[in-house]
Write a new protein. Structure first.
Length: 113
């Protein structure tokens, strides 16, 4: 099953949603700002993406700049920051079974279908 981790206020996230609808693929939507991810869920997504936790962080967000920028953080601390401040999670993220992609641009979704 395909899962779209979605922020409706984000244009890139809306583009990912539109592409999934056009591809006529069944999928579920998780509005992660309203339904925060657990540490375990986020760790699993990062593993499926095959990236370091820092690569999923929106480092231009105010909360990152004010609370975390310039600090030496462990991967676990970075994940905790995203769990506690979901706005820090890059979007959209699309997961299909054991594969995942940060869908920027939206066409990257096709690579995991």
């Amino acid at each position: 099953m395909i899962t779209l981790y979605h922020n409706p206020r984000c244009g890139k996230s809306r583009e990912g949603l539109q592409l999934l609808e056009l591809l006529n693929q069944p999928f579920t939507i998780v509005k992660y700002l309203n339904e925060p991810l657990s540490k375990e869920e986020l760790t699993d997504i990062i593993a499926k993406l095959g990236i370091a936790p820092i690569d999923l962080v929106r480092q231009k967000e105010t909360v990152w700049k004010e609370q975390f920028k310039g600090k030496q953080l462990t991967d676990e601390q970075i994940i905790e920051a995203m769990v506690n401040h979901p706005v820090l999670i890059e979007r959209p993220v699309v997961v299909n079974d054991q594969k995942a992609v940060i869908a920027r641009p939206a066409e990257k979704i096709k690579s995991i279908l």
